[in-house]
Design a protein around this ligand. Sequence first.
Ligand SMILES: Cc1cc2nc3c(=O)[nH]c(=O)nc-3n(C[C@H](O)[C@H](O)[C@H](O)COP(=O)(O)O)c2cc1C
Length: 367
Amino acid sequence: MDVQPSTAFQPTTAGRLRLRNRIVMSPMTRSRAFGTRATDDMAVYYAQRAGAGLIVTEGIQPSPIGQGYPDTPGLHSAEQVAAWRRVTDAVHDAGGSIVAQLMHTGRIGHPSTTEAAGHGPLTPVGPSAVQAGGQVFTPTGPQRNVVPRALTEDEIASTIQDFATAARHAIDAGFDGVEIHGANGYLLHQFLSTNANRRTDRWGGSPQNRTRLTLDVVAAVVDAIGADRTGLRLSPANGLGDTVEAGHVETYTTLVRELGRFDLAYLHLVEAGDPGLTPVLRGLWPGVLMLNPATPEPQDHPGRLALVDQGAADLISFGRLFIANPDLVDRLATGAELALPDMSKAYGGDHRGYTDYPTLAHSPAAA
Ligand SMILES: Cc1cc2nc3c(=O)[nH]c(=O)nc-3n(C[C@H](O)[C@H](O)[C@H](O)COP(=O)(O)O)c2cc1C
């Protein structure tokens, strides 16, 4: 089989991060933590995927109230930091790089989830007391999202500090950096939106006000661990979590212009909502652009690598293919067949559908 000549296979840097190639494992919640702590299975799972230029972990809650799903890991206690250390050591021993995705799910969540995690039944928080349509997964299965409590000014300040503290914890745990989750309908995206955010104070209304929380969280994390190991994920107009963004072009051009001053390690764009905006933001963003392109079917994904050669992005992230192909980079490099994930095992459960996907060398066909 021919080796593809794509520049995606060449090493590069993103701020302080050193990437063995430009293919990134996209963040994926797998709900397999034990009591909000990373497990040995998680260390195996991530180490198996260390061939990626960079691994972005599953969403990690920076605080108990930031947890939106059952069995997701945190970075707000000493025990969680110690547990993550085993994961980062395993990835580094395998030659990989790994950043922690800091995810506060905001109004997406349920009191029964925080209760099961040992923090009591907490009402989710958001910019305003506006319930998200749809359901959220809970320890007892899908339930309707509840009406969140609007964050007070003081709580916004402490939420920003929670992100900064979690970023410091990430470094203590051996991560190479953090990715701030500003996408997919969670807290920061809720503030960016025009439906979840009905505030009339300095956190709502104009694009300047709606982008303020994202920018303040970025500033606090940069202050805590340095811009050169801080990334940010955005998903303009992707509608997840019942998010509506009227005038999203102005929101994101305003935001990306402002972000330019931070010299972040990278900006990670989820393209699904408005692919036409990607080249516009690419033009406005002076730094490394990581793209999760809008190619809905996993079997179409190998074509994504051409985007690096074309200069549309510097790094390309893959989600679902990394679930089923621990050696995805090798498979892409050799044009080998790609396995498709069993999505019924995406969230929760044991090692099945998690650490038991074979590499090419160990696949039944190779045996
Ligand atoms: C099982 C699963 C869990 C996910 N969890 C997260 C998450 O925790 N944080 C996040 O930013 N995106 C999450 N995503 C979105 C992925 O990072 C990615 O953007 C999406 O799967 C599209 O990329 P793909 O077509 O390569 O799969 C998740 C996706 C899947 C399939």
